[in-house]
Design a protein around this ligand. Sequence first.
Ligand code: KG4
Ligand code: ZN
Length: 359
Amino acid sequence: MVSESTTRQEPLILGIESTCDETGVALVRGCELLADRTATSMDEYARYGGIIPEIASRAHLESFLPTLQAALDEAGVTFDEVDAVAVAAGPGLVGSLTVGICAAKALATAIGKPLYGVNHVIGHLAVDKLADGPLPERFIGLVVSGGHSNLLLVNDIATDVRELGGTLDDAAGEAFDKVGRLLDLPYPGGPHVDRLSQQGDREAIRFPRGLAAGKDKERHKYDFSFSGLKTAVARYIEGTRERGEDIHPENICAGFSEAINDSLTAKAVRAALDHGCDTIVVGGGFSANSRLRALLAQRAEAAGLAVRMPPLRFCTDNGAQIAAMGTELVRAGVKPSEWDFSPDSGMPLTQTSMLPDAD
Ligand code: KG4
Ligand code: ZN
């Protein structure tokens, strides 16, 4: 799988990411990031208020080769030196994934290297090794993005990931984007709601916490629900307008952000304590959220837990997370994928890679 000449040195993995609007290509050896290049088509969606899959797929097609070339130049390596190619196989937009997977299959075949189809959401956790060093053997993963809000028990990031819970409705980033829309903020609303929330009073408006009381609290120990909260924000805005009172977007954002982050952090800490894990690793676009970072650090410290949060540049989708995932699969001796795998837009979080069929 990995050539003799590299056994003394860690294998060099080329990672390709095209799950949504970012075309990412990165080169990683062990915990070292040699290059990380990203092109994005996000600017094209501002006027639509959401990603248009058709546009995203075409943008990947246009960006892939220039991004690949830029990454190879930045790392100063040739294809001969690459030991394996890793590509995001899901979850994501089928058209976008297809472009990246086709490119990865063609590339890996042409250079004669093994190919791994990897789970990009697990990659959001794997990328942390590039900032904070080798991952702990066992940890709780909190994956928070536009499409996911999940708590995972990670026994081995390459081979043993279990899902403890997730959102029953909206993901955290999705809820932020929807509240951004209610407040007429530009798309995507998440970072704007975050910025405004920092200027507001967290105590001014108390919004409800989903699944936080009674039977729901026990039945959905590690699950989240944010759609009721989003409705509460919509009603609050409507009611304030009807009464002819002034809206204070910064207080709405601060109260809303507090409700989401209270749930995320309380349940992440509880999951770690319940499962005897001493570390929480956070990943995904929403892990850029300022209140999540502050509140989780505070609550984890109070509970005697360590938190690993990737730097902001690793939070949104990128090739580095796919390459980092590739290094972990090679390390664990996982078999490469077969050439005929397809994208899986709903790839389960317990599936770390596209394994070959059992013989
Ligand atoms: O992981 P990601 O890049 O793409 C998905 O796989 O979904 O996450 C994007 C999501 C969007 O919903 C965006 O609004 C949100 O992450 N986001 C934020 C912040 N930065 C990005 N949400 C809240 N606060 C932020 N600072
Ligand atoms: Zn993602």
